[in-house]
Design a protein around this ligand. Structure first.
Ligand code: ADP
Ligand code: MG
Length: 140
């Protein structure tokens, strides 16, 4: 295993319910370190570009509207096998299928409003981190 970095987003359903700290406790208790963090309001153009891979999916418009419905917390998580580890801690996309103890099982409202984003592979992690953060903002 290698030390990796992955992009995490705490989504608007979770910031609205004041769950930032509870969610970050799951990451930290799970062995990941938060090495960059900022709370922002995404623009429509930014959300559309970030989720561009899903542009053709039927839920794309709703997803973009949801992601700009309130502030998000953008984070870079670091640790051994961080990309897969983060996805384990998050749980399945649909909270109905998420394992006990995962963020989505405990906190997600729906398959769309599922509280967190996490990169899915080394290439997407690198792209997604560079989309939101300058190198000087990552402090390991
Ligand atoms: P993940 O976030 O687990 O990597 P995807 O990349 O497949 O999942 O989807 C990106 C996001 O789009 C999901 O986290 C969720 O917010 C939303 N989404 C995915 N599938 C659906 C769906 N069937 N209906 C509504 N929203 C969805
Ligand atoms: Mg995904």
């Amino acid at each position: 295993m290698a030390v990796e970095r992955t992009l995490s987003i705490i989504k608007p359903d979770a910031t609205r319910r004041n769950l930032t700290g509870k969610i970050n406790a799951k990451f930290e208790d799970g062995g990941l370190r938060i090495v960059a963090q900022k709370r922002v309001q995404l623009s429509k153009a930014q959300a559309e570009q970030f989720y561009g891979v899903h542009r053709e999916r039927p839920f794309f418009g709703d997803l973009v509207s949801f992601m700009i419905s309130g502030p998000v917390v953008l984070q870079v998580l670091e640790g051994e096998n961080a990309i897969a580890r983060n996805r384990e801690i998050m749980g399945a996309t649909n909270p109905a299928n998420a394992a006990e103890g995962t963020i989505r099982k405990e906190f997600a409202e729906s398959i769309e409003a599922n509280s967190v984003h996490g990169s899915d592979a080394p290439e997407t992690a690198a792209q997604e981190i560079a989309f939101f953060f300058a190198g000087i903002e990552l402090v390991g």
